[in-house]
Design a protein around this ligand. Structure first.
Ligand SMILES: [Zn+2]
Length: 414
């Protein structure tokens, strides 16, 4: 089936100029955030003249992105304002969150409404993108290729924007395997947006939890790997925080240094630590909960042991919480952001563990630097699908500026 390149189609209808682009985006965003808003209200909020709003609105409606939803009641007599909304059916956006051995797919409409989702196992090797694509097509009940506007991918790896490549990934790939090229070949005519996983989560938190307004945020992503998404003055950056060393005598990391956070607090490291303790204490709760097999220990079992208040497990958890707290303190020393959000699958360890982290950060003498800081440290506010939501919103927020890039451009997030 031949794709209709919707983005080019929309692009052709929206004559580009920077001022116009920013005005159009402003109008699109207002309708996106305020279903039922009228042209008059848009004009009032944006300070654009009514005729400019009407002209740009005609273009957005001509491209099928916005539609009318009927007259609204108004307090005064005379013409009633006509409410507007994003035309959700116009376009679909595929989002993929790539994980260590699986991917999480969510299909959204252009309003950000979730159409369907599922996860599937994957081995990152040659031909995997074709496999993903075939799985999506065969398992999906609502993916419509003719309405596909973009493919947005979040990846737990550093993205080199200049070289358009991916480095130092926790994804287990063959050495000469070019994942980026693979993904681009999946739907060659559809723009590919790729954002680092920590950055995608930071962006989702910033936009959905804090309404895009709450100052600077550093999202400390403690997951299969460790990274940071940094929002400063509305701009998104990725921090390679996982390779910040907190122990020069610690275990050797793949990057060549010792004691990197990734080696000490990533999911693999945390489970390894608890499994070792369970192996040492054969009468302990962890050993019992794992059915006598420390190899079976996972976050659910550790959480259960923590909730039961097992002293042995609490002590081990405090050690890990302290390492996380050291990492957070270092970040505060560098940036002193208004908010540090702790997120990633580490939150599966539950509220008891999060409280331990917060308590360790606040202890003067250990991490005394924080006592003078005004940084607020909180747990992530989005329980599920944060990176899919983040990469979707990242794309939607750039829908008109991304379109100035040439066809087949791989758009790499900041
Ligand atoms: Zn390292």
């Amino acid at each position: 089936m031949k794709f209709i390149n919707l983005e080019n189609n929309i692009k052709a209808r929206l004559h580009q100029s920077i001022v116009k682009e920013s005005n159009i985006k402003q109008i699109f965003d207002l309708v996106f955030e305020n279903k039922g808003i009228s042209r008059i209200e848009i004009s009032r909020i944006t300070n654009l003249s009514r005729s400019t709003v009407s002209l740009l609105m005609d273009e957005l409606m001509g491209a099928g992105l916005i539609r009318m939803i009927g007259e609204r009641a108004s307090g005064s007599s005379g013409r009633k304002p006509i409410g507007l909304e994003i035309n959700g059916e116009r376009a679909q956006i595929i989002t993929l969150s790539l994980r260590k051995d699986n991917y999480h797919y969510i299909l959204y409409d252009i309003r950000g409404g979730e159409l369907e989702k599922f996860s599937y196992r994957i081995v990152y090797k040659k031909g995997c993108a074709a496999k993903i694509w075939n799985t999506l097509k065969s398992r999906s009940s609502c993916l419509d290729e003719t309405r596909l506007l973009a493919v947005c991918v979040s990846i737990p790896a550093k993205i080199n924007k200049a070289e358009k490549s991916i480095n130092l990934s926790i994804l287990d790939t063959d050495e000469d395997f070019d994942l980026l090229k693979e993904l681009k070949s999946m739907c060659p005519q559809i723009p590919l947006t790729m954002v680092n996983q920590s950055s995608a989560r930071a962006y989702a938190e910033y936009k959905y939890v804090y309404g895009g307004k709450n100052g600077d945020i550093i999202y400390f992503n403690i997951d299969d790997g460790v990274g940071a998404g940094i929002m400063v003055n509305g701009r998104l950056f990725t921090g390679e925080i996982g390779h910040m060393s907190i122990d020069p005598k610690g275990p050797l990391c793949v990057c060549g240094k010792r004691g990197c956070l990734e080696n000490l607090i990533s999911k693999t490291a945390v489970i390894r630590e608890f499994a070792a303790r369970a192996g040492e204490h054969k009468n302990g709760l962890l050993h019992t909960l794992s059915g006598g097999n420390p190899g079976r220990i996972n976050y659910r079992i550790i959480r259960e042991a923590l909730e039961q208040g097992d002293l042995e497990v609490m002590a081990a958890a405090r050690d890990i919480a302290e390492k996380i707290a050291l990492g957070i303190s270092n970040v505060i020393c560098m940036f002193d952001p208004e908010k540090i959000v702790v997120g990633g699958n580490i939150l599966e360890l539950g509220g008891t563990f999060l409280s331990m982290i917060l308590a360790r950060v606040e202890i003067p003498g250990i991490n005394g630097v924080c006592t003078d800081s005004s940084s607020q440290i909180v747990g992530g506010g989005i329980a599920h699908d944060a990176e899919n939501l983040g990469v979707l919103r990242f794309f939607l927020d750039r829908i008109f500026t991304i379109s100035v890039e040439t066809e087949n451009t791989i758009y790499l997030g900041d």
